[in-house]
Design a protein around this ligand. Structure first.
Ligand code: ACO
Length: 434
């Protein structure tokens, strides 16, 4: 039976700290008027010191699960799209998995800059449609403010922080994610990037002095690319879904620049009443912009059951993506009762306890007696090389931490095996004896 990926939960997290255009014009050669007329942005939110991409992702995810009435242990997969992850690795998604207690879920991060959320939604829905997953948590979370150069007026006023999450669930009722279209043109990679911090330009005094860990953008080039691609890819997604543009109820574009959004809606022939924007409040929150906008559209009563929505993202890569979604959930959503909130509190406290237990268990395992007889060494023994220093030589430790002895000679050869013996494959006989 065909599985459809329905959006059954949605949540957002917006940091409290507001930074207005006036605030920025106090230390930068810009003005409220310039920023507003060229971008449509009036203010944005910046994360406080204790807020990070993971903490915001967790908060948004908890709300989305709450709305979906789905317990974390039912999640099969968590995808976090971000250009400002918690750290290069491990994946922010793994931190989310641990914090919410999604003990059955796989987790990975996805990098496609501001188009990342559409990519993540596409991956999540494909997992459901293929039958590989039943419940997928898709998150866009950003702390872009930590990657902005306070001296660059071409980028600093444009971005903000926040997170948005959606829960996708398999259902056999037609609807949900109807189509996705993804694209990339790496020949434009240099127009929008964070140049340092990867294998090409690892952190050094030079990269720090030259602020190469901050976002760099050729605004005009990105603008030209965005105005060309946004309408086009939205149209392709509608064609793929077999949905007429006139039947679109709401257009939710990536919130980068109001002029880019207007140009795309003009190309698509969609009136302002069918376009959702909130970039005046938040600026460009990169991968979080579309899920935050969707949450706010739902909260504002702009999304009703069976509505057809088009969401479009674009950004560094250069990359882009669009999706057509048929909303399945009845709205407005009823707030949860006190007992549900109590249960929720307990579930997340339990996740914390579970996480602490796993850490303690790992710690205990690392100090428990060694299994030398089987060829395993504790990290301390590996470092000191005591076992191998008996004959005066230091051990050769290979890149994966094993000595040649460990790699080449199995500690024990199982008795049932000999070099000439073929492995025996047992075929189970049918029970009726035929
Ligand atoms: N304040 C005042 N003046 C400014 C500012 C500013 N903040 N920024 C640039 N200017 C100046 C420029 O220096 C330039 O001056 P000049 O003519 O003397 O050289 C003048 O304003 C005009 O500059 P433009 O770049 O032509 O301005 P434009 O109208 O194109 O607007 C902007 C610039 C807002 C950056 C626009 O190009 C844009 O929105 N580009 C797309 C950005 C975008 O969507 N990014 C998506 C990122 S998604 C992701 O993956 C992260």
């Amino acid at each position: 039976m065909a599985a459809y990926a329905h959006i059954v939960g949605w949540g957002k997290y917006i940091p409290e700290k507001v930074v207005t255009n006036h605030d920025i014009s106090k230390f930068m050669d810009t003005s409220d008027e310039w920023i507003k007329t060229r971008t449509g942005i009036s203010e944005r939110r910046f994360a406080n010191e204790d807020e990070t991409t993971a903490t915001m992702a967790i908060a948004a995810a908890q709300l989305a699960l709450d709305r979906a009435r789905i317990k974390p242990s039912a999640i099969d997969l968590i995808i976090v799209a971000s250009l400002s992850p918690e750290q290069p690795f491990p994946a922010t998604a793994s931190l989310v998995q641990d914090a919410i207690g999604a003990n059955r879920a796989g987790a990975f991060d996805l990098s496609a800059a501001c188009a990342g959320f559409i990519y993540a939604l596409s991956m999540g829905s494909a997992m459901i449609q293929s039958g590989a997953a039943k419940i997928v948590l898709v998150i866009g979370s950003e702390t872009v403010s930590r990657f902005l150069n306070k001296e660059d007026r071409g980028t600093y006023p444009l971005f903000g922080d926040g997170a948005g999450a959606l829960v996708l669930q398999a259902h056999n009722t037609p609807g949900g994610v109807l189509s996705t279209v993804l694209g990339s043109d790496g020949s434009g990679a240099e127009h929008l990037s964070i140049p340092a911090g990867g294998s090409k330009l690892p952190a050094s005094q030079y990269t720090i002095d030259n602020r190469l860990h901050c976002m760099q953008m050729n605004g005009r080039e990105v603008y030209r690319f965005a105005t060309r691609i946004m309408g086009k890819v939205a149209k392709q997604a509608c064609e793929k879904a077999g949905v007429d543009l006139d039947d679109i109820d709401l257009f939710i574009p990536h919130q980068a620049n109001i002029r880019i959004i207007q140009s795309a809606s003009k190309y698509l022939g969609i009136g302002d009443d069918k376009v959702f924007t909130n970039l005046h409040k938040y600026g460009n929150t990169s991968t979080a912009s579309i899920p935050i906008a969707l949450c706010e559209a739902v909260e504002a009563g702009r999304v009703q059951a069976h509505d057809k929505l088009v969401m479009v993202g674009f950004g560094g890569g250069l990359s882009w993506g669009a999706t057509v979604v048929q909303w399945g959930m009845p709205v407005p959503y009823k707030p949860r009762q006190w007992w549900y909130r109590g249960l929720r509190w307990f579930v997340y406290r339990w996740a914390k306890i579970r996480s602490s237990y796993l850490r303690l268990k790992r710690r205990m395992e690392s100090i428990l007696p060694t299994k030398n007889g089987n060829g395993y060494l504790t990290p301390d023994e590996e470092r000191s090389g005591d076992k191998y220093k008996e004959n005066g030589h230091s051990p050769h430790i290979s890149r994966n931490g094993h000595t040649p002895e460990q790699v080449d000679v199995p500690a024990e050869i199982p008795e049932t095996y000999s070099e000439t013996e073929e492995p025996v494959i047992e075929v189970e006989k049918p029970s009726n004896g035929k």
